[in-house]
Design a protein around this ligand. Structure first.
Ligand SMILES: [Zn+2]
Length: 406
């Protein structure tokens, strides 16, 4: 029997019922009976297990009319307080970590210097310490942690959680991130429990976080992060699109004509990131005598309205817009979101100039080009959501309920 398809291969499982409640498609016993074809007694038994696990609760709204007639039904809802998720977002020189509720609310947060070039052992060890220190600040205990989500600035094989040939993360290729981060957390939190760790690319998780919280009805969503590097995340029908090797969206290393002379951090010449990233703009500013060393320096200059920074950001936007014309033609997204250090008016102006010039009118007719809504928290929110969707997916629920003894 297929637990995921439920009715197709057999009877709907407890996991299927939970999924119906969580998605809001069926939130009363009667609606669940109708959606699954299960008897009232069977629905009751399966819900009982979910209640005993602490995963379901009765809704605050009070009884609603039953679709089957008769007495009004009590509404059911996912109990998003019964556990917490730990999430972290690594940039090349900076990290951010948080404790989140299962509904994606940030309960405690910390950010600080964390240099990926120091290597995975040191960086993940430090993250484990941050997590252990954040839990008491959120008023939550180690035993309440159901999983850890991590966003990294490189391509990830999501089956193994290992980074694959990262252009800007020396020493991380193939490293067992899940194992090291899990051990570091257990050590610092003095916990013997094994906590599942999920790892994904930062642009993927930012796209996931933004799409779910701000554009839930958009079935083709693209986010482009322009900071030290350039990367894109694609969410199709509510799922992250990763490609077959986790390489989808790595647009920063596409060769562009304007980049022929520019050496990229990946070691090649001519990459988009070498001419249009925050790092590239910082280099151009420094050459012109304006003190800037990183994408975040460029962000500060743009915020202050620095004219040269604005002109270079607009030019960078044109280069990215040229590449995005192909992306938009291929995917025909409803939302194209620009995030990261350069995401502001000058960059978007340049991007729009080239995008609308080069893409077919049909692929841009209903396209919204917008800036990030969650800002620096997008990766955390996406990483938290990834963990929750993974752990409460119908095909994983049965195993977890049995482990809880219900
Ligand atoms: Zn490159």
């Amino acid at each position: 029997m297929s637990a995921r398809t439920g009715k197709a291969g057999g009877q709907a499982s407890a996991g299927d019922l939970l999924e119906l409640v969580r998605s809001g498609r069926a939130t009363t016993r009667g609606a669940l009976q109708q959606a699954t074809g299960l008897s009232r007694a069977t629905v009751g038994q399966r819900l009982d297990r979910l209640f005993r696990a602490g995963w379901l609760r009765e809704g605050a709204g009070g009884p609603v009319d039953s679709p089957l007639g008769g007495r009004p039904s009590i509404t059911l809802e996912f109990d998003d307080a019964h556990a917490v998720v730990l999430a972290a977002d690594l940039d090349t020189r900076h990290g951010r970590a948080a404790v989140l509720s299962l509904a994606g609310e940030i309960l405690a947060e910390h950010s600080g210097s964390l240099v990926v070039e120091d290597g995975p052992d040191a960086v993940l060890g430090e993250l484990g310490r941050w997590f252990a220190e954040l839990l008491p600040k959120a008023g939550r205990g180690v035993q309440e942690v159901c999983g850890i989500g991590l966003a990294v600035p490189g391509p990830v094989d999501s089956d193994t959680g290992r980074i694959v040939q990262p252009p800007i993360m020396p020493g991380w290729d193939g490293f067992d991130i899940r194992g090291r981060l899990g051990r570091a957390f257990a050590e610092h939190a003095r916990s013997g429990a094994e906590v599942p760790v999920l790892v994904d690319n930062d642009a993927n998780l930012m796209a996931y976080g933004e799409q779910r919280t701000g554009h839930p009805d958009c079935s083709a969503f693209v986010l482009v992060k322009v900071s030290t590097g350039i990367g894109a995340g694609v969410v199709v029908d509510g799922h992250i699109y990763r490609g077959i090797d986790g390489g989808a969206g790595d647009i920063g290393h596409i060769r562009v004509p304007a980049g022929a002379e520019a050496l990229c951090r990946c070691g090649s010449y001519g990459c988009l990131a070498a001419v249009a990233s925050g790092g590239a703009v910082a280099r151009r500013l420094a050459e012109a005598g304006v003190p800037a060393a990183s994408g975040s320096d460029v962000r500060d200059l743009l915020t202050a309205g620095h004219p040269e920074a604005a002109a270079l950001a607009r030019e960078a936007g044109r280069h990215v817009g040229d590449v995005l014309a192909t992306v938009v033609t291929l995917l025909n997204p409803g939302v194209l979101m620009i995030a990261g250090d350069l995401a502001g008016t000058p960059f978007l102006t340049g991007l729009r100039e080239l995008l609308y010039q080069r893409a077919l009118p049909r692929s841009t007719a209903h396209l919204d080009v917008v800036t990030s809504r969650l800002g620096e928290r997008a990766g955390l929110v996406g990483a938290g959501a990834l963990v929750v969707e993974h752990l409460y997916a119908p095909d994983r629920v049965e195993e977890r309920l049995l482990a809880l003894g219900v």
